[in-house]
Design a binder for this molecule. Structure first.
Ligand SMILES: [Fe+2]
Length: 385
C-alpha cells in the first residue's frame, strides 16, 4: 500500500433493501422530527412512488408537506420555493425523494433552514457555516449518489451556471435505498443516470484526490456498472439489476464524495447550465474523451479500469490496455443508446468559449490527473461535437 495520508468522511446511515422504504417513519422519528417536507418531482408523484413514502409516514402520525415542483437541474428559485413551504409548515426535516435534483433540493432546503440565503453564497468547498436541518434521501434512480455525498448542485439561472455546494455539513443523515422504487423508470433515464454513476466511479478512481479506500470503492462500482447497466436498461423492471445499480451508484457516490471528480463533471456542469443537457448524458458525452486525454499520465489506472470492466488485457502493454477502457466506456454508452455527440443534444459551437471558461472556473477539474487548460477544454468539446 502507498504510504500516504488520507481522510474519508461518510457519516450517512445507509438502509438498503427491497421494501426498506416501509420503515421510513422510524427513520424520521429517530431524527426527532414530527413535521417534515418531501421534495420531489411531478413524475415521481404521478407514478405512485410518492404514495409509498407518504402512507407509512402519515400512518405513524407524522405531518407531511409535499413540494413536487423540482425540475431537472433545480434552480435557485426552486430551492427558495421549497424552503418557503418548509418554513410555512413548521417542518423540521426534509426528505429528497427522486433523482439527484430532488435530493439536492432537499439538501439545499435544509441548508437554508439554518443559514441565510441565497444558497449560491455557499458555492465551493466548506462555506456552509451552520449545521443544516436533518435530511433523508430516498433515490428513485441509480446514478447521482447524492444520498451519500457532501454535495448539492443548484443552477443560478441568471448566469446559466451550476453552483456546487460541497461541505462536510451537507450530508443526509439517512439514505433509504429501496430498489423496488426504481423498477418503473424509462430505459433512457436508466441509461443516462447509469452513465452518471459510471462517470463518478471512473473519475474518482483517476482523480488526484483519490485514496486507497476511494479507489477500492471506485473499482467496485465500475465493475458492477459494467456488468449490470446493460441488463437494467434492457429491462427496467428487473429488481435484481435495479438493486445492483443502486448499490453501485451509492458506492460510486462514497468514492467521489471523498476522492473528488475531474474535468468530465466540470464540463458536464457547464453543458447543463447553458444547454440544459441531462446531467448523466452530459457526463456520458465527456467521459471517454477526458479518459483519452488523461491516457498519457494515467495509463496504469486506465488499464485497471479496463480489467474491472471485463476487458481482456492479458499481456497487453499498459497504454494499449488503457485504451481498451476508453473504448469500453464509449461502447457501453453506444450500446445503451445514450447520445455520443454534443450536437445530438442541441449544443452549439458559438458557446464553446463560455463553456470552457465555466468549466475552468468550477474548480471541479483541479483534481483531473492531467488538468486541461482552457484551450484544451475547448478542443475536448470541439472534438465531441
Ligand atoms: Fe454526476
Amino acid at each position: 500500500m502507498t504510504l500516504s495520508n488520507w481522510l474519508f468522511y461518510a457519516p450517512t446511515k445507509i438502509v438498503f433493501g427491497p421494501g426498506s422504504v416501509a420503515s421510513i417513519a422510524d427513520e424520521v422519528k429517530a431524527l426527532g422530527a414530527s413535521k417534515l417536507l418531501i421534495a420531489t418531482d411531478k413524475g415521481v408523484a404521478g407514478a405512485g412512488v410518492l404514495k409509498r413514502v407518504v402512507q407509512p409516514l402519515e400512518a405513524a402520525g407524522l405531518a407531511v408537506t409535499v413540494y413536487d415542483g423540482v425540475e431537472p437541474n433545480p434552480s435557485v428559485t426552486t430551492v427558495e420555493k421549497c424552503y418557503a413551504l418548509f418554513v410555512q409548515n413548521g417542518c423540521e426535516l426534509a426528505i429528497g425523494l427522486g433523482g439527484g435534483s430532488s435530493m439536492d433540493t432537499a439538501k439545499a432546503t435544509c441548508i437554508l433552514a439554518t443559514n441565510p440565503g441565497p444558497i449560491t453564497l455557499y458555492g465551493g468547498a466548506n462555506k456552509v457555516p451552520n449545521t443544516p436541518a436533518p435530511s433523508i434521501a430516498i433515490p428513485t434512480t441509480a446514478g447521482t449518489g447524492a444520498e451519500v455525498t457532501q454535495t448539492c448542485v443548484v443552477t443560478d439561472s441568471t448566469r446559466n451556471y451550476k453552483v456546487s455546494v460541497r461541505s462536510t455539513l451537507n450530508v443526509c443523515k439517512t439514505a433509504v435505498l429501496d430498489p423496488l422504487l426504481l423498477t418503473s423508470l424509462p430505459s433512457a433515464v436508466v441509461a443516462s443516470t447509469g452513465m452518471d454513476a459510471l462517470s463518478h466511479a471512473v473519475e474518482s478512481y483517476l482523480s488526484s484526490g483519490s485514496s486507497v479506500l476511494t479507489e477500492a470503492l471506485s473499482l467496485e462500482a465500475t465493475r458492477v456498472i459494467a456488468k449490470r447497466l446493460r441488463a437494467f436498461v434492457a429491462n427496467p423492471s428487473d429488481e435484481s439489476a435495479a438493486a445492483d445499480m443502486l448499490y453501485a451508484s451509492m458506492t460510486a457516490g462514497l468514492a467521489f464524495s471523498n476522492g473528488r471528480l475531474t474535468a468530465v463533471h466540470a464540463i458536464a456542469h457547464a453543458l447543463g447550465g447553458h444547454f440544459h443537457v441531462a446531467h448523466g448524458v452530459a457526463c456520458s458525452l465527456m467521459l471517454a474523451p477526458v479518459m483519452e486525454f488523461c491516457l498519457p499520465v494515467a495509463a496504469e489506472k486506465l488499464a485497471k479500469v479496463a480489467e474491472v470492466m471485463g476487458e481482456d488485457v492479458t499481456g497487453l502493454p499498459k497504454d494499449q490496455a488503457a485504451r481498451k477502457a476508453v473504448d469500453a466506456v464509449a461502447k457501453l454508452a453506444k450500446d445503451i443508446g445514450v447520445p455520443t455527440r454534443l450536437t445530438q443534444v442541441g449544443v452549439t459551437a458559438d458557446k464553446i468559449d463560455v463553456l470552457a471558461a465555466d468549466s475552468d472556473s468550477s474548480g471541479i477539474q483541479n483534481t483531473t490527473p492531467r488538468i486541461p487548460s482552457i484551450e484544451e477544454i475547448k478542443t475536448l468539446i470541439q472534438t465531441t461535437m
